[in-house]
Design a protein around this ligand. Structure first.
Ligand SMILES: CC(C)(COP(=O)(O)OP(=O)(O)OC[C@H]1O[C@@H](n2cnc3c(N)ncnc32)[C@H](O)[C@@H]1OP(=O)(O)O)[C@@H](O)C(=O)NCCC(=O)NCCS
Length: 175
């Protein structure tokens, strides 16, 4: 199955929200620490994506998705979230890096991150930050892509099963 990685404008983002909602539920069901608890519904994750539609329209969030060719399901996502303060026009945060559990370890996550970096650079956002569950698959993934560790915050959030976990902050300069 071939997959297309592309940035979405606001109308296409809205049209893709059901697929993004299903992708986020899949990640939580597989145990990822991505804001939600076990048992999350597609209605709840749909609301999460929908709440960002205005920022997508304003250009302050750039959604990049992986779509199965021919208008198929959403199998990956990354959000580029641009800092809005006057003193940080060069900075952005990476969020919701998700690859569907059926499509992992085939290079799709890497392709999504490289597309996000390329877009951030083109938009003048050359300093990126993110955080992820300490010691997780994603932690190893970001290190493999050259992200620099800042440090850990203990007891930062709950995993889907209710256990507390620390988070690790990373940064990457694109200059
Ligand atoms: C993290 C995630 C996005 C990686 O996506 P992916 O498409 O499987 O990653 P890739 O195939 O592009 O992997 C690129 C490299 O990252 C590293 N990597 C990825 N997954 C890994 C894992 N489970 N264990 C160890 N290293 C891993 C490897 O170095 C890999 O290269 P290799 O396959 O040649 O060894 C995916 O596992 C995921 O969606 N996880 C759940 C959601 C999540 O936790 N997101 C992060 C939120 S901050």
């Amino acid at each position: 199955m071939s997959v297309v990685v592309e940035a979405l404008d606001a109308p296409r983002y809205r049209a893709t929200i059901d697929g993004l909602a299903a992708l986020l539920v899949d990640a939580v069901e597989r145990g990822a620490g991505v804001n939600f608890m076990a048992g999350v519904t597609t209605a709840e994750t749909r609301s999460w994506w929908l709440a960002r539609a205005d920022q997508v329209a304003d250009g302050m969030i750039v959604p990049i998705v992986a779509l199965e060719a021919g208008g198929g399901r959403v199998v990956g996502s990354v959000l580029l979230i641009y800092s809005a303060t006057p003193n940080s026009p060069h900075r952005g945060e990476i969020g919701k890096v998700l690859v569907h559990s059926s499509a992992r370890r085939r290079g799709l996550g890497r392709e999504l991150m490289l597309a996000a970096e390329s877009r951030a650079r083109a938009d003048g956002r050359w300093l990126l930050i993110l955080d992820t569950v300490t010691g997780s698959d994603a932690d190893r993934f970001y290190r493999s892509l050259g992200w620099n560790e800042v440090g850990e915050v203990p007891d930062f959030a709950l995993m889907p099963d209710g256990t507390l976990t620390s988070t690790t902050y990373f940064w990457k300069s694109l200059r």
